[in-house]
Design a protein around this ligand. Structure first.
Ligand code: NAD
Length: 497
């Protein structure tokens, strides 16, 4: 058995064991014989320690000038870029997505860090004229305190960076609980923060389960804000936990995203986009293209070409650079995906066009590999059309017009991302206006967000807040409006003429 390391929690600038004295294993989903490392199986005791430390550290960190806070963030960005290859390798080993994609994940953390470092010298407020003479008005952003973060496994470094970097530049301190499947990537990220000079206590990392660590984190009275990315089911619990104390709460949850392919579309391009949108990250993206709504005039050509491409995808260990799709992240995720494949075939009565099961045999025996799967003849009442699968499955639904496609596209409880393939600018703009999602693409699949525009969704995908761009600052700071009267006398707004 190769040696592997025991990783600790990071609290008060030191690497410490959980008070429980217990650990859990992290294994490679492409080869379950490989243990990535053991991590602390923490409990509410560790969370309480981390929050107390972050609360104390906040007193100093909030007073560090934002451009100085930003200088540390900038150094972290440079270091992430320097270590990108190692970080990507570790990420592929712990969660399975292919190296090109894990290096994209790290790149997103780099981009977000540079972007938020820039905000250290911006974070603009407003100045505006007063209705009274000799009076000055402005608004500034103020930090809030300790921010709790609960993150998923599908973007192990990118998503933590979307939360940690804006929180830090605004002057907050952080306690983060990563997903149990991907603690190594957050460990690597926090280790770099330590090595690049982030003061102890400003960011604290506590690993462990949602129930034992996430739950006490989101209920803690000294937490000012919770930023959560994960399933809608858990997001609802976070929302309820925060509501009782009016704790700010930002939720990024599930998706069931659609690509509309119109009769005038460049079909080759649409096939390319659908393939990448549906099977990139093994379909385990909140923005995955899981519903393909295709005009009846091109559906035959589109379907034949997409099925041929999906059948040819090379599935395997993401560390092999020729591999195009990795495994599911863990056994239970694989079982969920297999369950939906079964529902599609046997309950919904959709037409299985390719895939439909687990991959077995040489190279697959020790991992959670599923086949790239496409269902045809899918209608909006079917379970596979309605529910988020989060795996290597997509579905094709026929439409007869743009209006019908938009109606089908909006027929979902989620509202993260949507897209249209068309050569007609009028159709593109109508779809842009009428698809009720937080993100929209023209002639591109439903994935591919960049860090400087708001990211998030409508309906059951989100609760109105956004990550990324300056929208992230809106969540991680509170506006303070300031009035300065230099008239030397009492002046009454709305009363003195
Ligand atoms: P999940 O909800 O199971 O877990 C997310 C995080 O919450 C993990 O850290 C987990 O440990 C924690 N958690 C679980 N139960 C908890 C509880 N009772 N109390 C507190 N914390 C708890 O989701 P997942 O399986 O890690 O990720 C997949 C889901 O995340 C999908 O639904 C996907 O769409 C969604 N997601 C959304 C976005 C987005 O930006 N909209 C991005 C990525 C993933």
């Amino acid at each position: 058995m190769p040696e592997y390391k025991e990783y600790k929690n990071y609290i008060a600038g030191g690497w410490v064991n959980s008070r429980s004295g217990q650990t859990f294993e992290n294994r490679n989903p492409a080869n379950t014989d490989e243990v990535i490392g053991t991590f602390q199986k923490s409990t509410s005791d560790d969370i309480n320690d981390a929050i107390a430390v972050a609360k104390e550290a906040y007193k100093k960190w909030r007073l560090v000038p934002a451009p100085k806070r930003a200088e540390i963030i900038y150094r972290i960005a440079i270091r992430l870029a320097k270590d990108k290859e190692r970080l990507s390798q570790d990420m592929t080993r712990e969660m399975g997505k292919i190296l090109k994609e894990t290096s994209g994940d790290v790149q997103e953390a780099i981009d977000m860090s540079f972007y938020m470092a820039g905000e250290g010298r911006r974070m603009f407020g407003q100045t505006t004229p007063s209705e009274l003479p000799n009076k000055f008005m402005m608004s500034i952003r103020q930090p809030m305190g300790v921010c709790g973060m609960i993150t998923p496994w599908n973007f192990p470094m990118a998503i933590p960076s979307w939360k940690i970097m804006p929180a830090l530049v605004c002057g907050n301190t952080v306690v983060i609980k990563p997903a149990t499947d991907t603690p190594l990537s957050v460990y690597n990220f926090v280790k770099i923060m330590e090595e690049e000079g982030l003061p102890g206590g400003v960011v604290n990392l506590v690993t462990g389960s949602g129930r034992e660590v996430g739950d006490p984190l989101m209920h803690h009275k000294d937490i000012s804000a919770i930023s959560f990315t994960g399933s809608t089911e858990v997001g609802r619990k976070v929302s309820e936990a925060c509501a009782a104390d009016f704790r700010h709460c930002h939720l990024e949850m599930g998706g069931k995203n659609c690509i509309l392919v119109m009769d005038d579309a460049n079909v080759e391009l649409a096939v390319e986009g659908a393939l990448w949108g549906a099977f990139g990250t093994t379909g385990q993206r909140c923005t995955a293209s899981s519903r393909l709504i295709v005009h009846k005039k091109v559906i035959k050509e589109f379907t034949e070409k997409l099925v041929a491409r999906a059948k040819a995808l090379k599935v395997g260990n993401g560390l092999d650079e020729s591999v195009e799709m990795g495994p599911a992240v863990n056994e239970s995720q694989m079982q969920t995906v297999l369950k939906y494949m079964d529902i599609g075939k046997n309950k919904d009565g959709a037409k299985l066009l390719c895939g439909g099961g687990r991959l077995t045999g040489s190279g697959y025996d020790k991992g959670y590999f599923t086949m790239p799967t496409i269902f045809g003849d899918v209608t909006p009442n079917m379970t596979i059309f309605r529910e988020e699968i989060f795996g290597s499955v997509t579905s094709i639904t026929e439409c007869g017009s743009l209006e019908e496609a938009i109606e089908i596209g909006n027929n979902t409880p989620y509202g993260l991302s949507s897209s249209i393939y068309t050569q007609d600018v009028n159709k593109a703009f109508a779809a842009m206006r009428d698809l009720y999602t937080g993100i929209f693409y023209v002639n591109a699949p439903t994935i591919g967000a960049e860090v400087h525009l708001p990211f998030g969704g409508t309906k059951e995908t989100g609760n109105g807040h956004r990550e990324a761009g300056t929208a992230a600052l809106d969540f991680f700071s509170e506006w303070k409006s300031i009035y300065i009267d230099f008239s030397g006398k009492i002046q009454k707004a709305q009363i003195d003429a």
